[in-house]
Design a protein around this ligand. Structure first.
Ligand SMILES: N[C@@H](CCC(=O)N[C@@H](CS)C(=O)NCC(=O)O)C(=O)O
Length: 380
């Protein structure tokens, strides 16, 4: 499958923001707001000059998203549970819904999303080149990616870990049975390095074979060329569910050998856009904590006297001192959380819709007050 990256769209300012951003890490932070006219200057002048021009010409992807009326969300069409195309040609899945969450928050319309199918290797270049506004594609937040890919990672949507899938009739019941095994993985992923590390940590001699696409791993696996298929446990679970007789023929071993916080990422140097995306994701978590769902959000909004909930939903707080509706100046409409919950749902609803059917438990992805680590800062 080839990814079909759309060309640049939107105002010239937006383009310049992204071109400058990949030039260098320092220029990137400082030059995140340059206009096209300033582009050459920015790349060639010293830091002091650059700083001056930045202050004069602030622009954010948030503005160009509003102007375009849609969010270009980098995702994937072939990751069961996370993002697939259904028979009607609709994008369905956990990642796809988080793209909609962002659109509902920023534009008040969950359907105002252009899903951009990205192969693994294209994820960060799509962000850097300005082909997408945000990346929501089972992507692990790591220090090196944060530091070297011009990406700012935000609130994780799914705390995952790497696992190993084997054929049920392989006789393998734990990683220690896999000395000398061929382990197949996707190229350009954290999975590759983790597999090599785990092999040496356990004193096993794995040959790690990398493939460009999941389809090619599947082919190799079916042809008996792989003893194990390693990836994020959520992905293995999704892939197993879409495999004929998967439940009987494939086993995911119990050992989880890495931390894979899957998180949305935006381009470095654009705080307004990063905050908007971050608070959109956090609102799904807060809504679940408040017990607000797509089904009850209207009745709660019209009947509750809970000040925290009224503020969160952008409703008027009766008898409040000063502004009746909380606006924390996040450049988001004051009813953004209401729009998210009404149009897409809270975190638990999104999880239940796409991941529970695969057999995935909430586990770490439960709320902080229910044994997990999902915790939204206070909305006040
Ligand atoms: N979370 C890891 C792993 C992501 C991953 O392995 N994704 C698989 C899905 S199973 C993939 O992209 N496969 C290649 C493809 O089909 O594009 C990362 O960010 O590197």
């Amino acid at each position: 499958m080839s990814s079909d990256l759309p060309s640049e769209r939107g105002p010239v300012k937006r383009r310049s923001l992204q071109i400058v951003a990949v030039a260098s890490a320092t220029a990137l932070f400082l030059a995140g707001c340059a206009t096209a006219e300033e582009e050459t200057t920015t790349a060639t002048t010293d830091q002091a000059t650059t700083t001056e021009t930045v202050v004069e010409a602030a622009v954010s992807i948030l503005d160009s998203v509003k102007e375009a009326g849609s969010v270009r969300c980098g995702t994937r069409d072939a990751l069961p549970g996370f993002a697939v195309l259904n028979d009607a040609g609709e994008h369905v899945g956990f990642d796809s819904d988080f793209c909609r969450v962002i659109a509902a928050a920023v534009l008040g319309d969950a359907s105002a999303v252009e899903m951009v199918d990205l192969e693994t290797a294209d994820r960060f270049t799509a962000l850097q080149s300005g082909a997408i506004d945000v990346l929501v594609r089972n992507t692990t937040w790591t220090a090196t990616r944060d530091g070297s890919e011009a990406a700012t990672f935000l609130q994780p949507t799914f705390y995952d870990g790497q696992g190993m899938m084997v054929a049920s009739n392989s006789g393998i019941s734990s990683l220690s049975d896999m000395n000398g095994a061929i382990v197949c993985v996707a190229k350009g992923t954290t999975t590759e390095g983790n597999a090599a590390l785990e092999s040496s940590r356990l004193g096993l001699n794995w040959e790690v074979r990398s493939f460009d696409e999941t389809d090619l791993i599947l082919e190799a696996f079916l042809a008996g060329q792989c003893d194990g298929w390693s990836s994020d446990v959520s992905q293995l679970t999704g892939l197993r569910s879409s495999y004929p007789n998967g439940a009987a023929e494939l086993v995911i071993l119990g050992e989880v050998f890495s931390k894979e916080p899957l998180a949305p990422a935006v381009l470095d140097g654009d705080t307004a856009w990063a905050q908007a995306v971050n608070w959109a994701v956090l609102a799904t978590i807060q809504a679940e904590e408040f017990g607000i769902t797509s089904a009850n959000v209207d009745s709660i909004r019209s009947s509750t006297t809970d000040v925290g909930i009224l503020r969160f939903l952008g409703a008027e707080v009766p008898g409040s001192d000063g502004a009746a509706v909380l606006d924390p100046s996040l450049s988001l409409p004051t009813d953004f959380a209401y729009q998210i919950v009404k149009q897409v749902g809270n975190y638990g609803e999104i999880f239940a819709k796409h991941l529970t059917p695969l057999g995935l438990d909430r586990g770490l992805n439960s709320l902080w007050n229910d044994g997990g680590i999902l915790y939204a800062p206070p909305y006040r």
